[in-house]
Design a protein. Sequence first.
Length: 535
Amino acid sequence: MGLLVLASSVVADVKYTVVAFTKNPANRVAVQVKGNTHYLQTTKDLPYIWTATVRGVSSSNSYRYVEFDRKNKMVDREKDKRYPKGSFKTATPNDFFGRNETFIAVPKLEQIYKDVRPKPSKVFDNRQVATIHFNVDPAEFDHMMQNPRDREIKIKANLTFVNADLIHSSDNVRLSISGNSSRKRQKVSLKVKFPKTLPKGDPFFDRPILKLRAGAADPTVMREMLYVDVLNAVGIHASETSWVRAYVNGKPQGFFLMMEDIEEPFVMNTIHRGTVTNVTELGSLYQMGKAEAPMIYQGPNAKDYKSNVYETKVAGPGDKDMVKWIAFMKDLQDFKSSDRDAVAFWSKRLELDSFLRAMAVDYLAGAWDSFWARGHNYFMYLHPQTNLWQFLPSDFDHSFNDDKRPNPDLPYREWTPKQGSQGFTGRPLVTKLIIENKAINKMFETIVLRITDRVFNREALYPLIDAHTKRIANEVDWDVKIDRSHLPGSPFKRSMKHFYVDIGEDTPKYSGGQVLGIKPYVKWRANYVRANVGK
């Protein structure tokens, strides 16, 4: 080991920055480069961000980060050297201790329908794993975590977000537990709301309401990201996503998928692409996520519908007391599946093609906790310019053979619950349009085959799955080692063995209609669709 050198005594040639949570608060972090070891410095406000400038080195020199105790004894060192390969000139990215590759390239799926994604935000980049740190009152945080089913608990936090290119801090962020059934688990999802959300241009790069999705029921923590990848490829409005490590008061909280929540800012940035900056200009937005919401007309008044079934997020112009939403469901009730003008009828009320594409992905990915199978986890938005309803899917963790279901050979006509089956009430928007109307059915089958041929198949998805696996394997390994035994809720017992098995091998294990893993499911579903749909 070379001589220890104080970073403050040298002239800068290359600036090194790393996020590191030391084993002991008194420990220090250093960088080893060209045979010498240079201490890095930190600050009281950001004690986990270490930086220094080193003279006499260049961006072509390999390096690694190390941790020393107060007696200058090494207590931790990165296993492998970092090889920047000229990726920076005078400063490294904001590295993360122990994560030797800051960026891992992710292949893009073919864009087979119009790309409707908003202008990329600085905080969403699935090539890397960002870090979020919350400073909170320990007692308040512990109270919230010990009472996950209390939806009224919201606490203040100071947040620092760090990725390779950005260090951003915000005060007075609202932190709460998110989700429904996931509240019953030890690892819960979190909601982050910045202090002011509107107008456009305010906190957190126009993404002021976020969810940190725990993926507590998904050993791969990958299914939702993969689902969004497919939605983007087929031109469906979807939340931006990227992975993050979260810490609270310097302690590990977990590995999460960060997603923008579907509320007013999402509608402004994603659907209206920044052309609308005031909530009063928005159309109606309804959320259906807490109970079965099958779009069945039950009467002309809002009181005929439970508020936890169709929750009004935004009441657009002229839609007081759900009047426009109820009118849509009344049209659905009155519609005759045999109508030869069905395409024209629904094209005046619904973004029909977009809805069919969303349902195609729902079926292909086997999203058994979404609209088609369960009647929830979706939003409807009435675009004020087109006066058309838009279907917005959400919450995709129960997909891609989650919990080893459904059978990939299941025909799409059997994907729709029948009246009374398992307590479900049916899906008239699916049965009347997709299943029973010949013209719309033909449109749907054409869409399913196109998506299967060009996106939902092993040739397209396997490389993406492999890239995501490489990107997050170490993060999942870190997450499963976090002790959550002091928290209420059921544990989800998993290990790295579960992680790799649930992704699956290239050669599937297939017996009696049962598939093991994401990859085999994709392969068998694509094979089935190609052999049977449209025949």
